[in-house]
Design a protein around this ligand. Structure first.
Ligand code: PEP
Length: 257
């Protein structure tokens, strides 16, 4: 069995301007300063809005806490007449390690379909930025198809666009759990994560299935993180609301404590 480094990812969504972002990262660094041994083998990434990336990158470069940087979205195109879009190359230049693709707020609020999500993942991987592919069922999907069918179908559609061998992270985020305060149970998250890992095994083989990290997202807090991290197929968390409070996010990062 391959060891997978846990990843705790903070999705800020459309919160914190670049000045607030600088203050926030400084506060987070302070909160984590004396705690390095409590999260030594945990990878931590923050996903600020585009306008904050440069400021946060500059801070992280000077920081000894090795926080990683990620973006919340990316264009499927390399460059050209795509007003308002941001290319994966631009993100790579800013040393972004990750980019979220297919977040439910993009799928449902901006009409992104599976093919677009797959194309975004492909563009990110081509530029050397690891896509964090988000999948998850709505409450209606859950009632109609059960928990795993839609996330598995979304994953398979994205993988159809992503070249074999490209590294990716998967985030299982039940739409009904995002921002609702009603998290899935660790057992529910594990059951879908296991089905997703089996789908990776079918599509990509044993090595990819063993090494790909699957995160749970949806109302994660410092109170419930440990239960998710105990699940064998859950390798981390994508945290929204609770990543905007430096003390709370720092407690989540130190889930082993
Ligand atoms: C998210 O935005 O990906 C998310 C999981 O949000 P929250 O933690 O607030 O539910």
């Amino acid at each position: 069995q391959v060891e997978r480094t846990p990843l705790i990812a903070g999705n800020w969504k459309m919160n914190l301007d670049h000045l607030q972002a600088i203050a926030f990262v400084q506060k987070l660094s302070w909160a984590l300063k004396d705690a390095r041994h409590d999260y030594a083998d945990v990878e931590v990434a923050v996903f600020p809005p585009f306008t904050d990336l440069r400021s946060v990158q500059t801070l992280l470069a000077a920081d000894k806490l090795s926080l990683k940087l990620g973006a919340q979205d990316v264009s499927p195109h390399e460059s050209g007449a795509y007003t308002g879009d941001i290319s994966a190359q631009f993100l790579a230049k800013l040393e972004a390690a990750y980019v979220i693709v297919g977040h439910s707020e993009r799928r449902h609020g901006h009409g992104e379909d599976d093919a677009t999500v797959g194309a975004k993942a492909r563009a990110a991987a081509a530029a050397g930025v690891t896509p964090v592919i988000c999948v998850g069922e709505t409450a209606e999907d859950l009632a109609e198809h059960g928990a795993a069918a839609i996330p598995v179908a979304q994953l398979e559609a994205a993988l159809a666009e992503l070249p074999k061998g490209a590294e990716f992270v998967l985030a299982y985020e039940p739409v009904w759990a995002i921002g609702s305060g009603q998290a899935a149970t660790p057992e529910q998250a594990e059951a879908v994560a296991r089905a997703l890992r089996e789908a990776i095994l079918r599509a990509r083989g044993e090595e990819a299935a063993g090494s790909t990290r699957i995160l749970y997202g949806g109302s994660v807090t410092s109170q419930n993180i440990a239960g998710f991290m105990r699940q064998p197929n859950v390798d981390g968390a994508l945290v929204g609301g609770a990543s905007l409070k430096s003390d709370e996010f720092s407690r989540i990062i130190q889930f082993k404590k």
